[in-house]
Design a protein around this ligand. Structure first.
Ligand code: PLP
Length: 384
C-alpha cells in the first residue's frame, strides 16, 4: 500500500532531470535532445535486475500489463483463460478484451486459486491460467505450475499486489511464463498509474513490446515513421515521467516491504488471541509483501461490525468487507459481452463463504504504535 507514503525529493529529483535536461517525455527517439536520458528503458532494466528476471516491459497500467501479456498468446474467439473468483475485476476485463472466455476457479483458505478446482475447470478450449497473488500472498505456484505443464497451458501471474514478495525464495512474477505488475497509487511501489511485465522468453518480450506500441518494431535501420511491423497492436506505452517516479520508488521497495512485514507482525501479535479470529493461510515458504493483514471472523455481519469499529478509530479496512463486489466474480453481471452461459455466471459457494467472513486490514509503512493500539482496541470491543 505505501509507495505513496514515502514520496519525497528522490522522486522529484528524477522527474526534474527530465524537465531540466532531457526535455523528452516520450520513451523512444528524440536522441539529439534527450542527452542519453531514457527513463523507461532504465526502469525496465533495473526492475528486471532487481527481481532476477530476463526481460521487462513497462506499460501504462496493471490492467494494460495483463492485456499486453495476453496479446502474446494468440488467443482466438472462444479460447478459455482461467483465473480465480477473488481478484480485482481488471483480471477478467483483460481476458474479455482479448476475446477469450473468462473462467474462474474457487479460492481456498489462502484466498487464492484452489489448484484442485483448477484441474476441474480445464477443458479442451483452455489456453492459459492467470494465478493472482491477491493482496500480497503467493498463490500455490508449485501446484499450479505443475498443472499448467501437464495440460500445456501458459501461466501468467497477476502480481499487482505481490511486488517484492517471494515464494520458495523466488520473486513473485518470475514463476510463470509472464508476470504482470501494477504501480497504481495503492500499490507497494507506485508511478501514479503504470505497470510492468516480466517475461521468460525473448520472443514473447519482443512480441509484447511491438504490440504495446501499435506493432512498431523500432527497427534501428529506419526512422520511427518508416518503421517495420509484423503485427497490429495498441498504445499501452509508459511515459518518461512515470518511469522517473518508478526509478525512485524501486530503490525504496526493500524498505517498504521490510516495514510492512514488521507492522504486520506487530498487529497480528496483538490480535491473534482474540476470540473467533483465524488468519488467512499462506502456502509454506511464502514471504508475503504484507500489503494487508486478512483474518476470518464468524460471518459477514461480524466482518462489517469490525470495519465500523475500525472506522470509528480512524482506521479503515482494505477491500474486505467493503469492496467485495469489485473483487468477486459472482457479482460481475455488469460485463455485457459475457455470454448467457458464460462459465463466470456460476455460483462460487466456497469462495463466497470465505470472502464474506474476511476482514482485511491495510498495512502502512508509517503505522504508529498509537494506530496499532487503536486497531487492537476496536477489534477487542467487537470480538470479546
Ligand atoms: C489483482 C489486480 N489485478 C490487476 C489490477 C489492475 O491494476 P491497475 O489499477 O494498475 O490497472 C489490480 C488493481 O488494483 C488488481 O488488484
Amino acid at each position: 500500500m505505501p509507495g505513496y507514503e514515502l514520496i519525497d525529493n528522490k522522486e522529484f529529483s528524477e522527474i526534474s532531470q527530465i524537465f531540466k535536461k532531457s526535455k523528452t517525455l516520450f520513451r523512444m527517439g528524440f536522441e539529439k535532445q534527450r542527452k542519453g536520458i531514457f527513463k523507461v528503458e532504465e526502469f525496465e532494466k533495473k526492475f528486471a535486475r532487481k527481481l532476477n528476471s530476463n526481460y521487462a516491459l513497462a506499460v501504462s497500467s496493471g490492467t494494460a500489463a495483463l492485456r499486453v501479456a495476453l496479446s502474446t498468446l494468440n488467443l482466438k474467439e472462444g479460447d478459455e483463460v482461467i483465473t480465480q473468483s477473488f481478484t480485482f475485476v481488471a483480471t477478467v476485463e483483460a481476458i474479455v478484451e482479448s476475446r477469450a472466455v473468462p473462467v474462474c476457479t474457487e479460492i481456498d483458505e489462502t484466498l487464492n486459486m484452489d489448484p484442485d478446482d483448477l484441474v476441474k475447470k480445464i477443458t479442451k478450449k483452455t489456453k492459459a491460467v492467470i494465478a493472482v497473488h491477491m493482496l500480497g500472498v503467493p498463490a500455490r505456484l508449485d501446484k499450479i505450475k505443475k498443472i499448467c505443464k501437464k495440460y500445456n497451458l501458459k501461466l501468467l501471474e497477476d502480481t499487482a499486489w505481490g511486488c517484492g514478495a517471494k515464494y520458495k525464495n523466488k520473486f513473485l512474477g518470475t514463476w510463470g511464463d509472464m508476470g504482470a505488475f501494477s504501480f497504481d497509487f495503492a500499490k507497494t511501489i507506485t508511478t501514479g498509474e503504470g505497470g510492468m511485465i516480466l517475461f521468460k522468453s525473448k520472443k514473447k518480450y519482443e512480441a509484447a513490446k511491438a504490440w504495446h506500441d501499435h506493432g512498431h518494431e523500432n527497427n534501428p535501420k529506419v526512422p520511427r515513421w518508416e518503421d517495420t511491423r509484423k503485427s497490429s497492436g495498441f498504445n499501452f506505452r509508459m511515459t518518461e515521467m512515470q518511469a522517473a517516479v518508478g526509478l525512485a520508488q524501486l530503490k525504496k521497495l526493500d524498505l517498504i516491504v521490510k516495514k510492512q512485514r514488521e507492522n504486520y507482525n506487530k498487529i497480528w501479535k496483538k490480535i491473534k488471541s482474540l476470540p473467533g479470529i483465524t488468519k488467512r493461510l499462506y502456502p509454506p515458504e511464502s514471504k508475503i509483501s504484507a500489503d494487508a493483514l486478512i483474518f476470518f471472523v464468524k460471518d459477514r455481519k461480524k466482518a462489517v461490525k469490525c470495519r465500523l469499529a475500525l472506522l470509528k478509530e480512524g482506521i479503515s479496512t482494505k477491500i474486505l468487507p467493503e469492496a467485495y463486489t469489485w473483487h468477486f466474480a459472482k457479482e460481475w453481471t455488469h460485463i455485457k459481452n459475457l455470454k448467457k452461459n458464460s462459465p463466470l455466471k456460476k455460483s462460487f459457494n466456497k469462495s463466497e463463504i470465505l470472502i464474506k467472513k474476511s476482514v482485511s486490514l491495510p498495512i502502512f509503512v508509517n503505522f504508529s504504535d498509537k494506530q496499532i493500539f487503536k486497531i487492537e482496541k476496536a477489534l477487542r470491543n467487537i470480538l470479546k
